[in-house]
Design a protein. Structure first.
Length: 95
């Protein structure tokens, strides 16, 4: 499968919380983060096409689970982000 990501991601391990529509929060850690999405390592399984609310330090929004790219590592695409969140992500990844 070809990589279709348009913008580079930066490898970084940051605590992240995901929240489903129902259930308790999922604590995980980022593997990489970029302006369009992130990869997270989670002990709890995530479903492809599932939309979750994510919270990183100073950034939150909605993300869609695209795939499990490695064992317990999930690729997520940011869905709805405010302009302030996009700016903070750009700062976080050093762009």
């Amino acid at each position: 499968m070809a990589e279709r990501r348009r913008e580079a991601r930066r490898e970084m391990a940051v605590e992240c919380t995901l929240q489903r529509a129902k259930g308790s929060p999922i604590r995980c850690e980022t593997v990489d983060v970029g302006p369009g999405g992130m990869a997270v390592c989670s002990d709890r399984p995530l479903a492809t096409d599932e939309v979750v609310v994510f919270e990183l330090p100073a950034v939150h929004g909605h993300a869609r689970v695209l795939r499990e790219q490695a064992y317990r590592v999930y690729a997520l695409r940011f869905e709805t982000l405010r302009e302030e969140a996009r700016a903070e992500l750009a700062r976080l990844v050093g762009r």
